[in-house]
Design a protein around this ligand. Sequence first.
Ligand code: FES
Length: 122
Amino acid sequence: MIGDWLDIGPISQIEAGTARTLPVEGGEEIAVFHTMRNEFFALRNKCPHKQGPLSQGIVHGDVVTCPLHNWNISLRSGKALGDDEGCVPTIPLKVDAGRIYLLRSAVIGTGETDTAQTRAAA
Ligand code: FES
């Protein structure tokens, strides 16, 4: 349902400069990032190059460097920066009263199959 937000827990669960992953039943894993500037972003946990786990990359500014071949991915847009080309889907995220919320329709709407279970597991 559009406009419906999924509570994935307190912001304190993600240390600044790191990311946590959120498994999605029937969909693709999401990486939730907490930057050193105290911003939060959510992206599919797959590098647009060869699907490296972006959650394990190094976060600097609003960019993550993929752990596999060092592509730089914008956390804001999901786009590869510099000479590299590609884009990973971003998930709308908001922080409210110290908790992180993801747009439910984005979490469940871009999974690999339409018919799979659509419940997100925190
Ligand atoms: S898989 Fe991310 S840079 Fe190659």
